[in-house]
Structure formats: structure tokens, C-alpha cells
Design a protein around this ligand. Structure first.
Ligand code: NAD
Ligand code: AKB
Length: 316
């Protein structure tokens, strides 16, 4: 089979998606692409690893040709909070990096998975039951790059027939690799702090509802979409997907069921709060459900039970 390349494989999603792809398609068939951060021994030793800075098109071309890559899961990106602090870097990685990957995909007839985000919406989007096709006028650099990325993927499909698929992920919660500088990171940190210190200071205020998803569902969604029958896909790219919506009070209350002494207070980060306020409270993901059978397994109680069990072992 043609091989798979995962860019950004050392990151929060990439580190787990790469291992899931290796399990499914064979270790040697999945190339992990990383940049500066050292990969975990598991990622480095279980299959091929290449330094692959997506901003350098020659490097991406060399890796794709060397390993005869047929599918690229393009996860290299700068997330929302870091993007507000470093907008130039976010533009370079999220736009020029994506452009390079799409160009190489066009040259080599590769399929591509590109995650967009709830960050592709903005304050004028309907924030409840956010439709699949709606107003997208984000006011963050992350959002600008995500909307442009969605459009670029549509363009490469229409103009060059590049099979370019993707989802709009909500905040992803996981226990292997820490998140890389987003607005939804609090929903991961809260579990680590609950187990380590029995308390957490939240940087978003009570009542800030956001869509979220547990990592196993995020990985299953990516693979299911890439394996979906093309004829069934009306949208192809930028599918709304969600598994749950909660605010800080709700996640804290759920944690308290397992750790009764847990307490939470607030120190709001105005930048992150501004970003979160511009994002949907909850999305309508019926297009993904209808077109390729999206159906998440984890809700807040089930995810919390698993997160606490896994992290209690890990942080012993
Ligand atoms: P992450 O920050 O954890 O990982 C991204 C990786 O990309 C990092 O390892 C980083 O070193 C690498 N990277 C940065 N610049 C690079 C470059 N020039 N070349 C190659 N690699 C580079 O991010 P993630 O959470 O794993 O996100 C992956 C994708 O999913 C991104 O497109 C992100 O926008 C999207 N997404 C993530 C979430 C989430 O909650 N994690 C939610 C919505 C969308
Ligand atoms: C972020 O907060 O930047 C990401 C995302 C929802 O895109 N987790």
C-alpha cells in the first residue's frame, strides 16, 4: 500500500493518531513527521520518523517521495492562543504550510486530511446549534487561517481533484500529550490538576459553553472520514463534529463526583475569554452523522471516568 504521512505527529492529536494509524495499517506504513519537539520513544521507535517542517516545501516533497506517501494527515499547526500571541507564525504555518502540503498532494496524487476547528466560526455566527453551512467571520488569527484553510481545501478539490477531507474539531481532551496552546486547554489541565493538587484555577469564566470531544472519538472520526465512500459525501471538507458541550462548572461538578475534595476558582484570561466568547456554544453535526456515520462514544460522565482512571495511574 501507499504510505501515510502525519505532519505535526508529536502534537496532542498527532501523537495518538499516528499510533492508531500504525495499529490499523501497519507500523512501517505510517511515517511520523515532526519538527523541533522530540518524539516520544514509542512514536520514534515503532515506525519511520522524519523531520518535516511543512513551511519548507522541498522538505515535504522529499519526505512524500522517499516514502511513496499516498495520504497525508496534516496536523502541523499553531493553535488559537499561541496564534494571537504570534500571528505571523500562525499565518506562516497554518496558511503557507497547508498550501505546501496541498501542492505536494496535487503533484503526487495524495489524499489529505486537514482538521479545521470551532475556531473557524466567529461572533456573528449563530452560537447555538451552529449549522454546518453558516456565517464564518472569525475575529482571531487562528480563525482567519482556519476559514482560509477550509476554502483552500475546497479549491484544491474542485480545481485539481485533490481528495481533501476534514472536520471542524471542537476542544479535544486527552491524556497522552498535553495540548499545544489553545483556548480549550483548560478542559485537559483541569483533570491533571484535580489529580495532582485537588484544585484548579480556571482561565475561562463560568457559563462559557464550548463543544468538546474525547481523543478516542477524534481519532475514530478522522479515520472514518478518510475511509468513507466518496459518493456519500456531499461536503467532503470542514464537517462540524461534536461529542458534548459544557462550561467550567459542569466539568468541575463531574470531577467532584470522583474526587469530592476537588475545588475550582477563577482567574480569567481576557484573551482566551474573548476567543471562547466568539466560538459556538454547541454545533449541529447532523451532516457528519448523515454523510459518513459520525457517532461519538464518549459523553462528559464517561470521558471523566476514563480520564481520571488513566491519569491516576500515569501521575502516581
Ligand atoms: P498541537 O499544537 O498539539 O500539535 C501541532 C504540532 O505541529 C506540534 O507538534 C508542533 O511542533 C508542530 N508544528 C508547528 N509548526 C510546524 C511546522 N512548521 N512544521 C511541522 N510541524 C509543525 O496541535 P493539535 O492539537 O495536535 O492540533 C492538530 C490539528 O488539529 C491542528 O490543525 C489544530 O488546529 C486542529 N485542532 C485541534 C484541536 C484540539 O483541541 N487539539 C481542536 C480543533 C482543531
Ligand atoms: C484551540 O483552543 O485553539 C483548539 C481548537 C478548538 O481549535 N483546541
Amino acid at each position: 500500500m501507499k504510505r501515510i504521512l502525519v505532519t505535526g505527529s508529536v502534537g496532542q492529536i498527532g501523537s495518538e493518531l499516528t499510533m492508531a494509524l500504525r495499529k490499523r495499517y501497519g507500523n512501517d506504513n505510517v511515517v511520523a513527521g515532526g519538527r523541533k519537539t522530540a518524539p516520544s520513544p514509542e512514536l520514534r521507535d515503532s515506525g519511520p520518523f522524519e523531520v518535516c517542517d511543512c513551511v519548507d516545501i522541498d522538505v515535504v516533497r522529499r519526505v512524500v517521495k522517499k516514502h511513496e506517501v499516498g495520504t497525508i494527515y496534516h496536523l502541523a499547526a499553531i493553535l488559537s492562543a499561541v496564534a494571537e500571541a504570534k500571528p505571523n507564525l500562525a499565518w506562516d504555518v497554518n496558511i503557507n504550510g497547508l498550501y505546501n502540503v496541498l501542492e505536494i498532494a496535487r503533484e503526487n496524487n495524495c489524499a489529505v486530511f486537514v482538521p479545521s476547528s470551532i475556531g473557524a466560526f466567529g461572533p456573528t455566527t449563530p452560537l447555538d446549534n451552529t449549522p454546518q453551512d453558516t456565517i464564518q467571520r472569525p475575529n482571531t488569527m487562528y480563525g482567519v487561517t482556519k476559514v482560509a484553510g477550509e476554502l483552500l481545501c475546497d479549491y484544491y478539490y474542485k480545481r485539481f481533484d485533490v481528495d481533501c477531507r476534514g472536520v471542524r474539531y471542537p476542544g479535544i481532551i486527552s491524556n497522552v500529550t498535553l495540548p499545544g496552546g489553545g483556548t480549550t486547554d483548560y478542559a485537559v489541565e483541569i483533570y491533571y490538576e484535580a489529580i495532582k493538587n485537588k484544585k484548579y484555577t480556571c482561565n475561562l469564566k463560568a457559563g462559557t459553553f464550548l463543544d468538546m470531544m474525547y481523543m478516542p472519538d477524534a481519532i475514530k472520526g478522522a479515520i472514518d472520514l478518510m475511509e468513507a465512500e466518496p459518493a456519500k459525501l456531499k461536503h467532503l471538507n470542514a464537517f462540524n463534529v461534536t461529542a458534548m458541550s459544557f462550561d467550567p462548572e459542569m466539568i468541575a461538578a463531574e470531577i467532584k463526583k470522583h474526587i469530592p475534595e476537588f475545588t475550582m476558582d477563577y482567574k480569567v484570561d481576557p484573551v482566551k475569554q474573548g476567543i471562547a466568547d466568539s466560538w459556538p456554544n454547541n454545533m449541529d453535526d447532523s451532516a457528519a452523522r448523515e454523510e459518513w456515520g459520525w457517532s461519538p462514544e464518549y459523553d462528559l460522565p464517561r470521558m471523566t471516568e476514563d480520564m481520571i482512571a488513566v491519569l491516576s495511574e500515569k501521575l502516581k
